[in-house]
Design a protein around this ligand. Structure first.
Ligand code: DX5
Ligand code: ZN
Length: 218
């Protein structure tokens, strides 16, 4: 099933509840929450306290994208705050397998994210431990950047890799630069979950934009 995950990074933080209800009413499936620590990426955003507040007002699952160093140290805090998916970066986790086990033991979905330059082979040995693979189509750290077109090629190779390993049940998510005008080609390359921040919150009528995206995805 194709799913839309609006990235709250581009929402109005002084009206988060309003924006959450707005995207939910339009049919969004997940809320994408970008956690940044100024070490793994050059920006700082929100922590478990904010995720907990979002959980109180949201009715759809929370897709927490950890762009932080030492992600294993924060798994419990984000699960306790209400995360339904916890995604960590392969580049930030030398003991990737251990951290994925920790997430799975907490009963939430495990995700791993790859920066644009990170090869697919870096996750080949942990496919059994994954519910989600998040392919970055921008360098993480900021909303509003342009989609890196080589991502389409990477997505097609990922699909083949998953089929070859009988791991096609793993959801494939793409993050960065997704908008109404490129969502079709990103979908055709094998994407299940579409993160969009500025492509949704940065337009005049976000509700209509989500509905149009959904109709393109069928
Ligand atoms: C970037 C974040 C993204 C970001 C996407 O580091 O991981 O989730 O919010 O924003 P857009 O859709 O504007 O590229
Ligand atoms: Zn993200």
């Amino acid at each position: 099933m194709k799913k839309i995950a609006p990235s709250l990074l581009s929402a109005d933080f002084s009206n988060l509840e309003r924006d959450i209800k707005m995207v939910e009413s339009a049919g969004a499936h997940l809320l994408h929450i970008d956690v940044m620590d100024r070490h793994f990426v050059p920006n700082i955003t929100m922590g478990p306290v904010v995720v907990k507040a979002i959980r109180k007002v949201a009715s759809i699952p929370l897709d927490v994208h950890l762009m932080i160093e030492n992600p294993g140290d924060y798994v419990d805090a984000f699960v306790d705050a209400g995360a339904d998916y916890v995604t960590i970066h392969v580049e930030a986790a030398p003991h990737l397998h251990r951290v994925l086990q920790k997430i799975r033991a907490r009963g939430v979905k495990t995700g791993v994210s790859l920066n644009p330059h990170t090869p697919l082979s870096s996750i080949e040995e942990v496919l059994d431990d994954l519910d989600l693979i998040l392919i970055m189509s921008v360098n993480p750290g900021f909303g509003g950047q342009g989609f890196i077109t080589n991502t389409l090629n990477k997505l097609r190779r990922l699909k083949k890799m998953l089929v070859a390993h009988n791991a096609d049940h793993i959801e494939v998510e793409v993050d960065g630069g997704i908008k109404l005008d490129n969502i079709k080609e990103v979908s055709d390359a094998g994407t299940d979950i579409f993160v969009s921040g500025s492509g949704i919150f940065g337009v005049k009528d976000p509700v209509n934009e989500i509905k149009e995206m959904l109709s393109i995805l069928g």
